[in-house]
Design a protein around this ligand. Structure first.
Ligand SMILES: Nc1ncnc2c1ncn2[C@@H]1O[C@H](COP(=O)(O)OP(=O)(O)OP(=O)(O)O)[C@@H](O)[C@H]1O
Ligand SMILES: [Mg+2]
Length: 236
């Protein structure tokens, strides 16, 4: 079943067109990776899906509802949450307070408590550091916090914008293991990455974006094996 359907999406910033007639979909239970170089339009697509940027053209459907004109908060309530590029944890707030911010739209205390326990069991390091100022976490820990915060709203679809950016290899592996685990637990994932190798290795399907356009698509394995992807993203 198609969970997210993006049809003929175009996005402009003033006179600049950042996204050109992009169409793709994410089916329930999948990890779908969207890869592309700096400036290809990846973050713009993600922010448009989340309702933070308005498209100039096209349609976005989430769980059968048109969302391209909906408010961002309403889209979160419908079950879609995103981990923004560069994590953006709230400094001056503790780890626990950051996680609570992720549940601010949910009023059910017991559910929030249960989600918090799930997040702590997935990220034991966050529980150990729950009273620490989020700004003092390491980069990898901040990525975990940003992911934990997004999971606090128990999303059906999780959007991740370059979760491996700036992390040491051992942390990168941990983040990708966690993404696979999130998928196993029943959350669908749209993953944006420049680390094409890792992102395609764990993806059911993927799309390659170049200067705002989708130029290739296929299963993760097909894309990993394709000459174009190998040349452009995997160093030959
Ligand atoms: N707020 C903005 N105003 C004007 N132009 C923007 C704005 N945000 C992004 N752009 C432009 O849109 C294009 C796509 O940017 P976007 O951030 O979507 O790329 P990206 O694929 O996420 O790149 P990166 O991998 O570097 O994060 C770029 O040329 C960028 O300069
Ligand atoms: Mg980006």
């Amino acid at each position: 079943m198609s969970m997210l359907k993006v049809e003929n999406l175009s996005v402009h910033y003033g006179m600049i067109q950042a996204v050109r007639d992009v169409s793709f979909e994410v089916n329930e239970g999948e990890v779908v990776s969207l890869i592309g170089a700096n400036g290809a339009g990846k973050t713009t697509i993600l922010r448009t899906i989340s309702g933070l940027v308005r498209p100039s053209q096209g349609r976005i459907e989430f769980l059968g509802q048109e969302i391209q004109r909906q408010a961002a908060q309403k889209i979160v309530s419908a079950g879609l949450s995103q981990v923004p590029e560069g994590r953006h944890v709230f400094s001056g707030l503790t780890v626990l307070e950051n996680l609570e911010m992720g549940a601010f739209l949910r009023k059910n205390r017991e559910e929030n408590q249960a989600n918090l326990q799930k997040v702590f069991s997935r990220f034991p390091r966050l529980e150990e550091r729950k009273n620490q100022d989020a700004a003092t976490l390491s980069g990898g820990e901040q990525q975990m916090l940003a992911m934990g915060r997004a999971l606090m709203s128990a999303p059906k679809l999780l959007l991740l914008d370059e979760p491996s950016m700036g992390l040491a290899p051992i942390f990168i592996q941990e983040i990708f293991d966690i993404i696979q685990d999130i998928q196993k637990q029943g959350t669908t994932v749209l993953l944006i990455e420049q680390n094409a190798n890792k992102a395609l290795s764990i993806a059911n399907r993927g799309y390659v974006l170049e200067t705002g356009k989708i130029v290739l698509s296929g299963t993760g394995q097909e894309l990993l094996a394709s000459d174009e992807v190998r040349k452009a993203y995997l160093g030959g």
